[in-house]
Design a protein. Sequence first.
Length: 302
Amino acid sequence: MQLGIIGLGKMGANMAARLMAAGHEVVGFDLNVQAVADLVAAGGEGATSVGDLVRRLEAPRAVWIMVPHGPPVDATLDALLVDATPGDIVIDGGNSYYKDTMRRGAECAENNMHFVDVGTSGGIWGITEGYSMMVGGETEPVERLRSIFETLAPSPDTGWGHVGPSGAGHYVKMIHNGIEYGMMQAYAEGFAIMHAKQEFGFDLGQIGDIWEHGSVIRSWLLELTTLALKERPAMEGIAPYVPDSGEGRWTVFESIDLNVPAPIIGLSLLRRIGSRDEVEYADRLLAALRNQFGGHAVAQEP
């Protein structure tokens, strides 16, 4: 099958490579001309603009967008609508907010086009391990893309599925990432406690290896945690600053809207936000308050 890909960052390029290895034709565009050149060198076809990409594809087209959520998706969709024709499929494989996806789906429908949202997980490992894909949209275009999903997934029958109408794919991926926040926080806290227990001299990488086999907390995230601990046991050189892509926030907002308690996900998000307070204002204020009501000493900075 022929597929256009807009956004040839690490994940987009890896997806293109996996598709081409299976015999699919890929036409790619990226604002980074080197990324396009790399695709061409790998056997793909390069485009010089969104319009050029559309013109290089045979109708009805399928174009996969891999750009940051928000305005970049809207700008790319606007550019596609200029040259696209009825029956074309636009696939958003990024981490878009599901309500934006529903709006974009309606916009495409008004132009007699299809919009398919694919919540995609797998990161840099997807090229070899395959991607987990949560697909939203109408049944007909999803079926038309079946060979693409079967190629990108770990196997044709595992790791992907049509989960509902427009917006459903990104909704499921949003919840997936919220769960991921909580799991990551639990692993980080557990290993931090063991790291602080200096008297036992724990080899944290060894412990991770043990837990990966037979343990009830084994997971791919644990494997990645173990790899990180072996590379830098003391986490030297890594700043204690943890960003978030937005999906954890959206999950918390959704839990509030639906009156469904999600304390673990909520606290893990707050912990990430707290990691960015470089001046630790709240902690300074807490120390000052203890001094105010109890006369407790306040440690001075050197």
